[in-house]
Design a protein around this ligand. Sequence first.
Ligand code: SF4
Length: 290
Amino acid sequence: MTLGLDPVEPPASLSPSSISSFKECPLAFRFSYLDRLPQPPAPHSSKGTLVHRALERFYDRPADERTAAALDRDLDDARADLRDDPDFTGLDLTDAEWDAFHADARALAHRTFALEDPATVVPVGLELKLQASLGDVTVRGVIDRLERTPEGDLVVSDYKTGRVPGDRYVEKSLAGVQMYALMCERLFGTVPARIQLLYLSRPTAIVATPSAQQLTGVARRTTAIWNTIATACERNEFRTNPGRLCDFCAYRPYCPAHGGDPQRADELRDLLAGPATRVGTAPPVSDPED
Ligand code: SF4
């Protein structure tokens, strides 16, 4: 079923978030990653952006300067960096809500001290943009922190500001960092010794040791999903996948699974035009608790 939408070309590349989006809901993936329809900003994702920016500044400091007071200064500087960003200017918050937003961001960022001794971290890349080729597929992504152990091995770390996943979802939650490990293997010729999700909400670290065999499986699954996306584009068929994530989906008013008309989704470009507009490059469907 084409839903009356115009044909689209497959994306130039895939990322962990675009793969996750397609798996969650092909139609939402199409709206966000192929049609690039804008979405209104959401406080939970903007808060995550602020915390990531502050931690990038923090771990860029010499090891002996990574103190709590320095992290507060980095949060202030990150706020200044993002002051004019549409993901922040577009948030409709009261003064009290902004106060809570910043208090929460500070609490999240400071939990890095509960997870690790920041002075022992040896970063070799912060917010590191990578792109690698897997045969016909180009994959790309941004590693929050790539570091070296004292033994010289690589470690991939990913900060998380949402809820810690339950046991059943741990493997799924590691999919993004497994992809980053695969990219490291392709680009640097070495499999990282460790991949880790650093949850700042509780705080909790989910740590895994990737193997060459596992990364072969990641490459195979990525190629398979690329083929599925290419077929969806060729046939112009993007199915819906109604579920609990619909509650957080910016495209719900245009979703046929909820009585909407997908052909009208383009009006989002006008409705969300202006300085408070974000074009859909982020995952369109994200549970704020994830
Ligand atoms: S509302 Fe649900 S089914 Fe519809 S596009 Fe969004 S995530 Fe997909």
